[in-house]
Design a protein around this ligand. Structure first.
Ligand code: HDE
Length: 693
């Protein structure tokens, strides 16, 4: 049969039942109007080789829909990945807030989370150096609460009016269209160097926080000070914190760059794999609670989003835990169409006068209209509250609701179904009655003026290796700036943070240190170290949820491999097999083993630790493969732990690292050795290697 011939004829069509199952039912294909499609391969044409006919409604239906598939991507946080979950309250927290979701021990609330990078376009790579969004929608019984946070607890600017400038500066430069998903360029550092208030966040962004190993291993923060209000009207200030139960972990920069090439979807794949395998990520939600007296006595303004309140001063009170337990059915319908809005707070949660938060409360509602095209985006399944919704908002594009009854206004004199809803005037708590007074002026409060002291505190609180990474990151990013004055200005700002930091960055750039930039308030360097600010000081005590890449060859000792697998399994660690070719190998006992990856497609950057278990012949053969040598040298360069089987020496010699063996190389020849290796890996990385290099 030629392409031009019909592939179906009336007598081969399905039964009437089959056809009438429609798009949501069986397999019978229809147009978007539900009309059976009889041929999805060929247009309707006049004659065998003639023109296409306008009357082909099935073709037009299909192509027209395709032409309109794209919607504008988010202006920031365009690249994101979502998952469903459930939040469970640890206790009855009604002494703190009237919010229903916190009102009873064990109370469960469905959630949807979207993690994201900020600067990159939708198709950019996951391991950009960037802030990560951590936005959560709680579908509570009293409406949707959106906690739209980041994985860094401070922000670049103090007032929302500067947000467009900040974002323009970090995105691709408008006259050339690059760089993509990178802050390492002139316009970003030009802006930052002229905005001293950004310095604190710049330190965080240059730290390993900005290159997390996984969405599962990062913290989240609501950033702003919010209010909790109880049913009897008592209010306290709160800052929201998410702590990953899996512990925190980041990658190193050289690794991040290579992950982007090896697997640009590294973070989304990681989340998807974990959920699909039943290893559900968990995050504890807690709050720092404080009152007006504390706010007045604190060294910094609690309404200033460029500042933290150290956990050592106000500890975090745990409220409950969220478990992510379901991937989306459809990325567009859910992850793309989800509309987070900071102004979505439920009774018992309220705003403060933080000028960044106040600005966001306008922006998020506004942006959904241009992204989703209709005020009725609240009716999309991922956005619709799971509690009853009743109001007199009517019509608009894509109105799905059948709003019944006669009255579409109130007050009205109707009754029953014709009457419609009424406001719950006695419902408590309503907006917290804060007293507001003052002259309308455009100003920045004096209490917002100290831009460097907490940056110094952050720097001081890092371990030696984390400080080194910050220095390297500044040198890398500023090194990408072509305009020397920008680098100089930034070095001047860094002098206000810490002399040694500034000097080390200047040394790496081979530049002279300029004068310190003028500071409105003299920077303080006496704030105490806060251990909570370091990732390394807060590592997990298990290697669960991490991944070991095991290199095998023909003749790999089957018992040793089994020992590594069972030690990993006992820890909750994933093992993936890497061989020269994906077809696999024949083990010492004659068993055939398929590989998860060919070594050329799975560099060691995709794993948290590696085990080299080739046979002696296999090690020699792998030693001749460039990617196998890179696998080893990268694992060493990225401070990973390496398990060495008894016959691995040929491979590490070929990779040129045999003479660099340190305590991060663990000889493994039996079950006890395998167990010991996995336990060693709980430290995540062998940082000493980098410091002694
Ligand atoms: Fe956002 N931000 N933002 N932001 N933001 C958006 O809303 C905005 C800020 C954050 O996964 C946009 O739906 C302004 C701080 C996340 O869908 C937009 C200001 C924090 C997400 C917007 C800020 C965030 C967004 C773009 C300055 C951490 C992704 C698309 C005051 C607390 C949510 C959209 C998702 C997204 C505006 C600053 C977090 C344009 C004006 C501070 C996690 O409305």
């Amino acid at each position: 049969m030629s392409d031009n011939e019909r592939t179906t004829s009336p007598d081969t069509r399905g039964t009437g039942d089959e056809l009438h199952q429609g798009v949501s039912g069986g397999n019978a294909m229809t147009t978007s109007q539900g009309i059976p499609v009889t041929d999805d391969q060929n247009q309707l044409r006049a004659g065998d080789r003639g023109p296409s006919l306008l009357q082909d409604a099935a073709f037009r239906d299909k192509i027209m829909h395709f032409d309109h598939e794209r919607i504008p991507e988010r202006v920031v946080h365009a690249r994101g990945y979502g998952a469903h979950g459930v939040f469970e309250s640890y206790d009855d927290h009604s002494g703190l807030t009237a919010a229903y979701l916190f009102g009873k021990k064990g109370r469960q609330t469905e959630t949807f989370v979207r993690f994201s990078t900020v600067a990159g376009n939708m198709g950019s790579a996951d391991l950009a150096r960037d802030v990560r969004g951590f936005a959560t929608k709680f579908y509570t019984e009293e409406g949707n609460w959106d906690l739209v946070g980041n994985n860094i607890p401070v922000f670049f600017i103090q007032d929302a009016i500067k947000f467009p400038d900040l974002v323009h500066s970090v995105k691709e430069e408008q006259d050339r269209g690059w760089p993509q998903a990178a802050s390492a360029h002139d316009t970003f550092w030009d802006f930052i160097s002229l905005m001293p208030e950004s310095t604190h966040m710049a330190l965080w962004a240059m730290s390993d926080r900005a290159i997390p190993r996984s969405f599962r291993f990062m913290e989240g923060f609501g950033i702003h000070t919010f209010r909790f209000v109880t049913a009897d009207g008592k209010s306290s200030f709160v800052k929201f914190h998410w702590k990953p139960v899996q512990g925190m972990q980041s990658v190193v920069w050289n690794e991040a760059v290579k992950i982007n090439g090896a697997d640009a979807d590294f973070h989304r794949r990681d989340l998807w794999n974990a959920i699909q395998s039943g290893d559900f990520p968990e995050y504890e939600l807690g709050v720092q609670v404080f009152d007006d007296a504390f706010a007045d006595s604190f060294d910094f303004d609690v309404l200033d989003s460029t500042k933290i309140i150290p956990e050592e001063i106000v500890p975090i009170r745990p409220l409950g835990k969220m478990t992510l337990n379901r991937v989306v059915d459809n990325v567009f319908s859910e992850t793309e169409q989800v509309a987070f809005m900071t102004q979505n707070v439920v009774p018992g949660i309220d705003f403060t006068n933080d000028p960044l938060l106040q600005g966001r409360n306008f922006s998020y509602l506004d942006t959904q209209l241009s992204r989703l095209g209709s005020t009725n985006h609240t009716q999309l399944p991922v956005n619709a509250p799971k509690c009853p919704v009743a109001h007199f908002q009517r019509d608009g594009h894509m109105q799905f609701a059948h709003q019944r009854g006669r009255a579409n206004y109130e007050p009205n004199g109707f009754s029953g179904d014709d009457r419609g809803p009424r406001a719950l005037t006695t419902f408590q708590p309503d907006t917290y009655p804060t007293k507001v007074e003052g002259e309308a002026r455009r100003l920045r409060a004096e209490s917002f003026a100290d831009h460097y002291s907490q940056a110094n505190q952050f720097w001081k609180s890092q371990t030696e290796v984390e400080q080194k990474h910050i220095v390297d990151a500044f040198a890398f990013e500023l090194g990408k700036c072509e305009i020397p004055e920008i680098r100089t200005r930034m070095l001047g700002n860094l002098r206000n943070v810490d002399e040694s930091l500034a000097q080390r960055v200047a040394d790496e750039l081979a530049m002279e240190l300029p004068e310190a930039s003028p500071a409105k308030v003299a920077p303080r360097h006496d704030l105490p170290v806060s251990d909570a600010l370091s990732i390394v000081k807060n590592g997990p005590d298990s290697f669960a949820g991490r991944k070991i890449g095991v290199v095998v060859s023909d003749g790999t000792d089957a018992d040793l491999l089994a020992a590594v697998r069972s030690a990993a399994e006992a820890e909750g660690t994933v093992v993936e097999i890497v061989a020269k070719a994906v077809g696999g190998v024949t083990l010492s006992n004659g068993e055939k083993l398929a590989a998860d990856h060919a070594i050329a497609g799975a560099p060691s950057v995709l794993f948290d630790a590696v085990a080299l278990l080739p046979s002696a012949d296999g090690a020699a053969a792998l030693g001749k493969v460039a990617e196998a040598r890179d696998f080893v040298t990268d694992a060493v360069a990225h401070n990973k732990f390496l398990a060495l089987g008894p016959d691995a020496s040929g491979l590490i010699e070929a990779a040129g690292v045999a003479s660099k063996k340190d305590d991060g190389f663990v000889d493994v020849s039996d079950a006890a050795g395998a167990k010991g290796f996995v336990e060693t890996c709980r430290a995540l990385r062998f940082w000493k290697r980098e410091l002694s290099a």
